[in-house]
Design a protein around this ligand. Sequence first.
Ligand code: ADP
Ligand code: DP6
Length: 325
Amino acid sequence: MKATAKAHTNIALIKYWGKRNDALILPTNNSLSVTLDGFYTETTVEYDKALTKDEFILDGQEITGVAYERVTEYLNLIRKYGQLGNLFARVNSTNAVPTAAGFASSASGFAALAAAATKAAKIEVSDVELSKLTRQGSGSACRSIYGGFVEWEKGNKEDGSDSYAVAIEPQEHWDIRVAAVVLNETEKEISSRVGMKRTVETSEFYDGWLSGIPADLTEIKAGIKEKDFNRVGAVAEANCLKMHATTLGAKPPFTYWTDATMRVMQTVQNLRKKDIPAYFTIDAGPNVKVLYQPENEAIVEQTLRETTDVSDVILSRVGAGISYL
Ligand code: ADP
Ligand code: DP6
């Protein structure tokens, strides 16, 4: 009973930022992402009757503590779903993505874990069902089931049965690129989970965040359909700024940005002043992702690399959904 799955991370253009149910991971708003081929996780799950507890190896190291608990709790959910009883598993995972630094390692990590854990147990699941199961490991991970452009429908039901991701446009629809700008690969202080909870509970700006979502979604979906790069980039950048604004209104206030984050944001805005369309988006960490078009790859990469405190720039195309190895 063994299977290996590969999942890519995704970057949200309309952010998921806040839960209405912590246990089931049900969001307060729809979100929309693009799957990235440059960052991924490969995870092997092997159930073994000889084990007395789950084992989790990440990038060759045996993991204990919170990250282990998250994996074993997630496997409890799969065991319950598949009626596997007390069958423990050996989980061996490699991240081709920096862990816990705002590069969405949790998204590719939990999507690969959900896919490998169900496949190894021979549990037949549709993409929608796999997305719902994945969501319960990490919210943003439910979008990594599909390639291309993906929307997570928040759903309204209390049991979460209508909260899952759907594919909007396939990988081949549109060749846009994303540059991941690496500033700092150390683990962040406030995880997305903790940051969004504090914001929902205490930020004076949270209602403002929610009220702008429907218009942002309508705008970006039209832009993606028409392949209108400036339209998509502008709404993605504005949506990211609004998400980060909510953290400043939280009690106590916090921000994921550093001085280097803001320098990269300025670099991107300066590119636009030179008529090079590029737009940034930032998740729960200091690092920046930059959207650009293939014909501007060389100038965008060079300009980002020349920005002070940029340690690396990793270029990515639109990626594929889950695959089994
Ligand atoms: P990130 O920005 O990298 O997603 P988060 O703090 O949201 O940061 O999530 C990082 C956490 O996701 C890790 O601490 C770990 O618990 C989990 N994670 C990362 N990679 C994997 C993996 N390959 N398998 C299982 N869990 C993972
Ligand atoms: C800022 O999916 O990591 O990246 O559901 O608690 O695991 P949990 O949170 P997570 O949050 C991602 C937040 C974000 C925006 C996004 O990816 O939509």
